[in-house]
Every structure is written in structure tokens, then in C-alpha cells.
Ligand binder design. Sequence first.
Ligand code: NAD
Length: 514
Amino acid sequence: MSAVCAPRTRRLLRLVAPRLTAAMLRNYSLDVSAAPLLRTQGYVDGRWVSAASVFPVLDPATGQEIARVSDCGPAEAKQAVDAAYKAFESWKRSTAKERSVLLRKWFDLMTLHKEDLAKLITFECGKPMKESLGEITYSASFLEWFSEEARRVYGDIVPSPVRDRKIFLLKQPVGVASIITPWNFPSAMITRKVGAALAAGCTVVVKPAEDTPLSALALAELAEQAGIPAGVFNVVPCSREKTPAVGQVLCTDPLVGKISFTGSTATGKVLLKMAADTVKKVSMELGGHAPFIVFDSADVDRAVAGAMASKFRNSGQTCVCSNRFLVQSGIYERFVDKLGQAMDAELRLGHGSDPQTTQGPLINSRAADKVLQQVSDAVSRGATVLRGGKRLHGSFVEPTLLVDVSTDMLCTREETFGPLVPVIRFETEQEALAVANSANVGLAGYFFSQDVSQIWRVAEDLEVGMVGVNEGIVSSAEAPFGGVKESGLGREGSKYGIDEYLEVKYMCLGNLNP
Ligand code: NAD
């Protein structure tokens, strides 16, 4: 594959490769004595609990073990559900203002400890410190936002069709919520759910991803310091092996009223089937396959900046990362050339603790294998590698730019979750929309255009839950996050996020004028 690399690519490799020897990476290890929020036991009913065994947490950049965490099983999961159910009795009766004050204290503590929290993310998930700090700011923003939303859950009084009746609508918390989260945002995917749940008056049991339990346990420590009552926030970390049994408890126990999941579409379907037997409420934030469309009228520099931001965050491992680049023929050469230059100038692989690093490793070798498989499939079907295309040390993969890409290639048909930019050339708006909308998922989509009519048309016609117009990053606590089609059910954040944890009860007050 290196035979097809442009000369500029080889310059990039000379800059990058020396930073990635195993010896260089070994210089970075988590200093446990300087990690005050490192906790390794489960957190159930306000107590730190051990399990019969432990499982290792690895630094994906080096493969070194950074901690051993209690491997909770179905028994601990059941204890957590029972504790959450018991705590729900009093938590649901607390006032909105009391819940608001506690969430705000939790937010303040996250802000105070943001460096320590970010360091845990960098070591367990691999992302560069700057991004980890960004995740903590984003993660804490959900506690702040929902501390405010807690006090704005209003019911309704509805005009009655009958004289002697009054119609009242009450909003009440759903109950115990099982929260199952992925590794790629090990803090924010928890607070985006838990902030809303606790604000509404629900209690929760969190099962973090097996790769990244430390951020969840650090959140538990800060919840305790904030004064969140015992049983309201529980965390049951577990290994990949124990996950199905723990998941079974969290998704089928009759005391659980709600499941909120973020992760792959395949796992989401498994959980939905489990939820069906007891007809639980569900929120599903699943996989994406975001199109990134550059129309001829686009500002090419802005489009390149948007592509860099949307593609290479967390080394391409976000659900809203652009996954398919569709570029109109009139701007194609300029866009590809400038994007390649930006990749050369801005991307540096290395350990996330190194301030120069912009690209960490992929989460594990399976993730790296998937990217490499997509690259070789594309090349075998006629694509050309303009940058990168190779695996480096461990699960590091070179940022890769592919051109001459067609829609029969794997990389245009499935989520990559890695630093791969496949570029497809198109001629007409209709053609681009047809390709963009051909996916079975629809989470985020992006397009760059300066034609106002086109902006309205395309924004309306893209089959996604979130559209970035001349913008490569769209998430914030104020805006609703979620997808259409097989990208999921429900919305998180925004004024809508709290509704996922509320039931509307209709109360009819009758015989008022006998
Ligand atoms: P994953 O589906 O493999 O795992 C997610 C979580 O589900 C983990 O905690 C895992 O342990 C758990 N899990 C797996 N099988 C389970 C079972 N049988 N019972 C209970 N829990 C089970 O996903 P991942 O690889 O961790 O994350 C990457 C995926 O997440 C990508 O597809 C990405 O697009 C998606 N994602 C979506 C969003 C969103 O908001 N829509 C955000 C981040 C990531």
C-alpha cells in the first residue's frame, strides 16, 4: 500500500513514526499516587463493594495495566437495582429544588477536579488530554443543565369538554433507570443520561463499558462528595465476560422501569429484545454513519476545517464522526488537496498525555483491524490511498485519506470508528442525497454550501437527527442529541432530554358541579 502514498505522505510518516516506538510510549504510565479519584470497587447503595474477582483496565496506547476493577456479576447488579428501587421511594419525593442543588454541587465538583477526571479518560480511553478536558467540560455541562431543568418540569391544566370535570396532567418519574454506556465518551455518556434521570426524580444503576470503568467510578466518588443520597446513583463495573449476565438483570428485572443505552446498533437490538418482555421504556443512542457533503458553492477552507474537526476527534471514534465524504466535482480537487495538507500539518500520533498529540490509539486491536480491513477492501475495489493507510505500533492507525471511492466499498456501507476519510465524487444534489440517505442509520449529517435555498432543501431532506450546516461539531447540552432510523429512539440533552425519564399521568377531577 505504501507504493501508492504521495510524497507528502512519506514526510508525514517521518514526523510521526519516531514518536510511536514501544519504548517512547512506555514513558507514559498512570501515577496512581497522583490519581486521587481512582476507585476500583463497584458503588452500590452508597458503599464501595468488592466482587469475587477483578478485571484489568488497560491503557490502549501501551497495553499496560492501569488498574484492576471489581468484576461485578448478576448478584451485585441485583443488589444495585434493589438499592435504587428503595432509594426511589424518597428521591421521588424530594423537591425539584433539592435535586437541583445536589446536581449543581456535583457539577461544581467535576469542574474543580477536571484535570484528575481528564487524566483518567486519557489513560483508559486513549484520547489526547485536550480532548479529555473537553469531554469533562461537556460531561459536567449536563449536570449543570439538568440541575436547571429539574425546576422546570411543569404539568398542564387542560380545558375540559365537560363542565363538571377538570383535567390535570402530572409529570412523574419513571422509576429505576438502567444506564448502559460505551467507552468512547466514558464520562459524558453517563452524565447526559444520569443528569436528566436524577433531575426527573429517577434513581439509576450504571453499567459502564468494560474498557473504561474508571471514569464512571470517579463520578460515583464525586456524587458521594456532593451528597447524592445512597442508592440514587449506583455503578456496577464488569468484564466483557460478565456483561451479558449483568445486562440480563438490568434489562429484565421487574423493578427497573427504564433502560437508557448508548452503544452499537447491534447491542441496542439485543437490549430492546430483552426490554420487550416487561415492556420497559427505552432510550437508544446507537451507531451512526454520518455523511459529510461539500457542494460546489462551499467555502473550501471552512469545509476542510469542518472535516478535520468532525473526522479526527477521538481518532475518528465518535458516533457523530463523518464517515462518508461526498464532494461535488467542481470543488473536488481543491478540497482533497487542502484536506491532505491539513492532515499533514495538524495531526500528530502519540500518547494522549503528550501535549503534542492530536491522535491517540484506537481502543483495541479489533478496532484497528476493522479500519485496515476497510482500507484493503477499498483498495481492492479501485480506491487510491493519498495519505496513511497503515497500522503503526499497537492499535495506532495512520490518519488515512482515500480517493476514487465508490458506494460498493465497505467503508461507505458501515460505520468505521477510526481515522479514515473516504471521498466519493458526485455531480448533482439529488445524487448526493440519494447516497447519504441510503444508510439504515441516521444520526448526524454535515454539509457545506453557501446557497441559501440549497441549505434549506438539503437540511430538510437529509435523513438524520442532527445536521451541521457549514459546521463540523454540533453537540451541546442545550441541543437535542439523537438519531432516526436504526440510530435509535429518543433524545438526550436539551429541554427534551428530561422527558425520557418522565411519565405523564392524566388526573380527572370529576363531579365538581353536582
Ligand atoms: P457496544 O455496543 O459494544 O457496547 C456499549 C455498551 O453495551 C458497553 O457498556 C457494553 O459492555 C454493553 N453491552 C454489550 N453487550 C451487552 C449486553 N448483552 N447486555 C448489556 N450490556 C451490553 O458499543 P461500543 O463499542 O462500546 O461503542 C461504540 C458504538 O457506540 C458505536 O457504534 C457508536 O456509534 C455508538 N455510540 C453512539 C452514541 C450516540 O449517542 N448515538 C454515542 C457514542 C457511541
